[in-house]
Every structure is written in C-alpha cells, then in structure tokens.
Design a binder for this molecule. Structure first.
Ligand SMILES: *[C@@H]1O[C@H](CO)[C@@H](O)[C@H](O)[C@H]1NC(C)=O
Ligand SMILES: *[C@@H]1O[C@H](CO)[C@@H](O)[C@H](O)[C@H]1NC(C)=O
Ligand SMILES: *[C@@H]1O[C@H](CO)[C@@H](O)[C@H](O)[C@H]1NC(C)=O
Length: 367
C-alpha cells in the first residue's frame, strides 16, 4: 500500500514538472532507449519455446490473464521485467529466440532469459536445453553487434550508456543444482559460503563484460526466499504457514555477496551504476504482511498439484484458482502477475532496502 501511494505521488510530481517546466517532453516517452534482460524462468518471455527443453510454459493456463494467450511466460500474466518495462515507457522486450525478433525490433531491447538457466552452465541441465548466463551474454553481443551497424558511433555509445540491463539469476543454481544432491555434486564439493562465492566470482566476470561492451546501467536482482516457494514447502514438508528456514539461510552469502559486489563495481566503473535488487527483502516483506498487499494466500500455488499445490507444477489445461490477485504464487516456483507488479514497483520506486544504492527510476537519471 505504502509503495503504491509513494509511486502515485512521484508520478504526480513528474507530471507536474513536465507540464510546468518541460513542455517539450512528450508524455509517455520512454525513460531509457532500451532494456536488455538476462535471466531465468522468472523473466523468460518465451525463449524456451524455441529450445529442446521440458521447462516450458507454452500452454494454458499460463497466460490466462494475457487474453488467454500462453507466451512462454511462467505466470498467469506479465513478468517482473515486462512490468518494469511498462514503468519505463517501453514495450515488453521480445524474446531473442523468436525468429520475428529481428532488425529494428531489437532496438528498444531484447529478452534473453531462459527457464532453468543459471549462473553456472551446468545448473538446470536436467531440464534439457537452455541459454545459461554465458550463452545469454553471447546472444546479447549478437544483438548489439547488429545494432551498432544501424547507428553512428557516437549515437551507439550514447544508446548503450543510457540503456538498462536487468539480470535475474541465482535461483536455479540453488533449486536446480545445489539443493538437488541426487543429480548435482556441488553440495558435496562446496559448503554454502564457498558455493555462493563461486557464483559471485563467475557473475563478476560477466558484469564487468557488460561494462566493457559499453553498458552503464545494470540492475542485478538477488535471490528471493526460496525456502518459501510452494515447491520447497511441499518437498521439505514445511508445517502449514512455515518456510524452510534452512534453505533461506544458505542464500544469505550469495545475496550479501551481490550487495557488496555492486559497491566494488561502482567504485571501479566510472560513469556506470550497478544496482542490487533486494528481492529477498521485498518478497519477505510481502509474505510477512500479505494483507497489506491484498494477498490472502501466500503459501500455496494458484495452479499446481499436491501439497501446497507445489509438488507438481501447473499442468496443461488445469483449472487454476479463480481469485488470482489474492495469490502471491502462480505455480510451484513463480509469482502471479499481481506479485510481479508489486516487485516491479518496489524496484522502480523503492528505498535502498529494495534497490541499492539507487532505485530504477533514479538509475534513469544517473549520468
Ligand atoms: C523500423 O523499420 C521500419 C521498416 O523499415 C521503418 O519504417 C521504421 O521507421 C523503423 N523504426 C525505427 C525506430 O527505426
Ligand atoms: C561482436 O563484435 C566484436 C567486434 O567486432 C567481435 O569481436 C565479437 O566476436 C562479436 N560477437 C558476436 C557474438 O558476434
Ligand atoms: C478467494 O480465495 C480465498 C482463499 O483461497 C477463498 O477462500 C475464497 O472463497 C475465494 N473467493 C472466490 C470468489 O473465489
């Protein structure tokens, strides 16, 4: 509630300043020229539809609130990045793997995210093909190399510097790697802090590469409280209303590592702003005060089977819950559009406990 009110006041303030002082600014004009998205199923916009993967959401009831159009998004509607794009005045960035995402359709941004993808190449491999972080970086370069030919060098440099990059990674390195000891050996080889540090080291290389490509506004979402998702509540046999605290605990080093990483990167990257999106805090706050956000169900999925509707993910043509705006979780792993919308607003307007050191709106003004 608080967030909505704050956002409303800010929008009013911006509109007033536009009307009074900047008549040349067209209302509805995008705040950044482009938004590039790298990530996992939380933000996949349909890339896995074009890959040999069993991690796909190309069937109803996925997309039921997008005019009953399944797009490959793992939600009843839009994802966090679609809604963030909306706040920036941009269309939802189209999926890289979609053959119609060509030519100047890529100029306002592209979505490279792929369900089951992790920071580590091996994460999620039991689902089949996916674009890991490493491959998504190559795909991003492919787009940028093409865009460069459409602009003069000065315009291209300015375009990259003003564009926003959003990264959403880490969940699959835990749920589809570290926390799956029957398939992946990482938990035998590493204690939780060492594993987190390995993820951070790999991530650091890619984040520095973004800077060397010329990108300057980089938002990195941390990992949410995975011990609270319906799937882990179900397989961990959490008592009603409880999360699996042990799972949440092992994520701490990763999230703290990301937060201190943005401080380091900001010190050594002149002209750039790296931001840590504190997903853990934002989701934790909502799960602890569901009624304040209009949610009545935060421990069960809206669509799925078994304990907490979290044991088996939403099945083709399964009938989902009716009142979807009252559910935080759409399926065993992913939030509803309503939850995504609150998270997008917190990233855009939130305080440093949501987005550190700046929120997305402040990032757009950063020079
Ligand atoms: C994109 O390409 C189309 C067709 O060539 C052209 O009409 C349009 O103006 C272009 N848009 C931009 C933003 O360059
Ligand atoms: C992009 O262009 C650079 C410079 O020409 C080249 O080194 C790189 O291999 C290209 N990357 C891709 C993915 O095409
Ligand atoms: C909405 O969800 C709640 C919680 O599951 C349920 O008790 C209620 O009956 C639902 N209302 C409607 C109109 O479906």
């Amino acid at each position: 509630m608080r967030i909505y009110i704050k956002g409303y006041v800010l929008i009013l303030a911006v509109m007033v300043s536009v009307i009074l002082h900047q008549p040349e600014v067209v209302t509805g004009q995008a705040r950044v020229p482009a938004m590039f998205v790298l990530g996992d199923s939380l933000v996949d916009a349909g890339n896995n539809n074009f890959l040999q993967s069993i991690a796909r959401a190309n069937y109803l009831p996925y997309g039921i609130d997008l005019n009953s159009r399944p797009t490959g998004r793992f939600s009843n509607g839009l994802t966090f990045v679609d809604l963030l794009a909306q706040l920036l005045g941009l269309p939802p960035p189209p999926a890289f793997a979609d053959p119609t995402t060509t030519g100047n359709k890529t100029l306002q941004g592209v979505n490279y995210a792929s369900a089951a993808a992790g920071i580590l190449d091996e994460s999620g491999q039991h689902y089949g093909a996916r674009f890991s972080l490493t491959q998504q970086m190559v795909n991003l370069e492919t787009t940028l190399n093409r865009s460069r030919t459409l602009m003069n060098p000065k315009a291209y440099k300015d375009y990259l510097a003003r564009s926003l990059v959003v990264l959403v990674f880490g969940s699959n390195d835990y749920i589809n790697n570290y926390l799956m000891p029957n398939i992946y050996a990482s938990s035998y080889r590493y204690g939780p802090p060492d594993f987190a540090n390995m993820l951070i080291n790999q991530y650091t290389c890619e984040l520095m590469t973004l800077y060397s490509l010329g990108l300057r506004k980089i938002f990195i979402a941390g990992v949410g409280p995975l011990g609270c998702i319906p799937n882990l509540r179900a397989i961990g046999l959490a008592p009603p209303g409880r999360c699996i605290d042990g799972v949440n605990k092992i994520l701490g080093t990763f999230n703290q590592g990301l937060r201190s990483l943005v401080d380091q990167l900001n010190k050594r990257s002149p002209g750039a702003i790296y931001v840590y999106g504190n997903t853990y805090n934002a989701i934790g706050d909502i799960l602890n005060n569901p009624a304040a956000y209009g949610f009545s169900v935060v421990d069960k999925a809206c669509c799925g089977l078994g304990r907490n509707q979290g044991l088996i993910t939403c099945m083709p043509l399964q009938t989902p819950c009716v009142n979807r705006t009252q559910y935080f979780f759409w399926d065993a792993f992913h939030p509803t559009q309503t939850a995504n919308s609150i998270l997008a607003r917190r990233a855009f307007y939130g305080s440093p406990s949501d987005a550190y050191p700046l929120n997305v709106q402040q990032m757009t003004f950063f020079r």
